[in-house]
Design a protein around this ligand. Structure first.
Ligand code: FAD
Length: 412
């Protein structure tokens, strides 16, 4: 160990950069991707890998994955409520399963099983509804009752002597977690290895338009022309869309989460309670990863509050009373772009050559692979893939919303 440290410290080891050194910005690219989170990096990866389109720049105002990608609690599942949502997220889940091989990098994908607890008759009914939609579309989900929950998660408090006893749950065995940074790194490494340029600390400050077409971007490092532009900026979608000249039906609110000190592994499953507004999983290094619903007011700030932590813990202790002495290690927040129907906004926009990947609220990490793959197809072929069509921006004026509130509010 000491020798290895000395060798690398003195530079005798062979180092390989994860990413090529940042270059000067070129005057022009075939595709400019605004936002270097998971979705932007995945879009670049599939453009390069599947279509050989490598004259591409990812422009990121901060650092790779430093937005919501590195702030999320990594729940991956496809047990949604609408057929459109189920098909979309299930494609993503399938892609996730092979990502470590694709990247030759371990993204620590770990299938845990996912329980959405039902504490009311209405929640039991929604669970049954979701289970039936899921099964119909080939997704493994089942309505289960306390005796079955107990077999898989004996640590959960299933007593009837609590304020909100557990009446049942939607059980989704493929529910998983993964290492979030590794997803962004893997995609960005695979893209840059093939010639895509990643420009960090490069903020897009304006979208250049000519005759109703997007033709380039203004950045903090100068102007760049572009054949096509896609915005993948999660919690700042309305701000960037405004630069392109259109409005989004999005409300942006903070979403907080926290982790505990590391504990011996005791919790294999991912547990979500919509009624108690909490969810919990245990990471591979033993930390309990916990979160809840969004903050009730809209601000563009990544700050954490004591109020959130107190509320979360009060409810968490109802589910796991023995955690009373466990310490919270870190707490943080990201920005969630909430749409009226809790589904994303994908595809074409009112501006020609300008595409969108937005409305990711509290649920977009799991969608990273499918977004990247299908965005790339759309940019390369000029045709919107079928799986993206239900999420078009125009659905709001057409009254064709894709209502996922029953499956996406606290569930993430
Ligand atoms: C606390 C929390 C928990 C969550 N838990 C889950 C979960 O368990 N499962 C799940 O599926 N989802 C979850 N999410 C949601 C998920 O994190 C996001 O939907 C997802 O990460 C969005 O990915 P992205 O690549 O679109 O965005 P980001 O990772 O946010 O990337 C967007 C990037 O765009 C950059 N950017 C913004 N404006 C500009 C500009 N003008 N110029 C250049 N760059 C710009 C930002 O700096 C940022 O890096 C959670 C979110 C939070 C905050």
């Amino acid at each position: 160990m000491a020798f290895a440290l000395l060798k690398y410290g003195l530079g005798f080891g062979k180092f390989e950069r994860q990413f090529p050194k940042q270059k000067d910005l070129k005057d022009s690219y075939d595709v400019v991707i605004v936002g270097g989170g998971g979705h932007g990096a995945a879009t670049a990866y599939y453009l390069a890998r599947d279509y050989g389109i490598t004259n591409v720049a990812i422009l990121e105002r901060g650092y790779l994955g430093g937005g919501n990608t590195a702030r999320n609690t990594t729940i991956i599942r496809s047990n949604y409520l609408t057929p459109e949502g189920v098909a979309f997220y299930d494609e993503s889940l399938s892609l996730y399963k092979d990502l470590s091989n694709d990247f030759d990098m371990n993204i620590m994908y770990s299938e845990r099983g996912h329980f959405t607890l039902a504490h009311t008759d209405a929640a039991v009914r929604t669970s049954r509804w979701r289970a039936e939609v899921n099964k119909h579309l080939g997704v493994d989900s089942e309505l289960v009752f306390p005796n079955e929950i107990k077999k898989i998660c004996p640590q959960l408090n299933l007593s009837e002597d609590v304020r909100y006893p557990v009446m049942g749950a939607l059980y989704h065995p493929p529910g998983a977690i993964a290492r979030h940074d590794a997803v962004a790194w893997g995609y960005a490494r695979g893209a840059t290895m093939r010639g895509v340029e990643l420009h960090q600390k490069t903020e897009v400050t304006g979208i250049k338009r000519s005759n109703g077409k997007a033709v380039g971007v203004e950045t903090t490092r100068g102007t760049v022309n572009a054949g096509k532009i896609i915005q993948c900026v999660a919690g700042r979608s309305s701000l960037v869309a405004k630069m392109a000249g259109f409005k989004l039906p999005i409300k942006t609110v903070p979403l907080q989460a926290c982790v505990s000190q590391p504990l011996k592994p005791f919790l294999d499953a991912i547990i979500v309670s919509g009624s108690l507004h909490v969810y919990i999983s245990q990471s591979s290094r033993g930390e309990l990863v916990m979160g809840g619903s969004t903050d009730p007011y809209g601000v563009y700030q990544n700050r954490s509050t004591l109020e959130f932590k107190e509320g979360l813990m009060a409810h968490m202790l109802e589910l796991f009373p023995f955690l009373g002495e466990v310490k919270i290690l870190r707490q943080w927040a990201g920005m969630a772009d909430m749409t009226p129907d809790f589904s994303p906004v994908m595809g074409e926009t009112p501006v020609d050559n300008y595409y969108i990947d937005a409305g990711w609220g509290t649920w977009g990490f799991k969608a990273t692979p499918v977004c990247g793959k299908r965005n790339a197809e759309m940019l390369a072929t000029g045709t919107v893939p079928e799986v993206l069509k239900p999420f078009r921006l125009s659905r709001f004026e057409e009254f064709h919303q894709v209502g996922e509130k029953g499956a996406a509010s606290v569930g993430h």
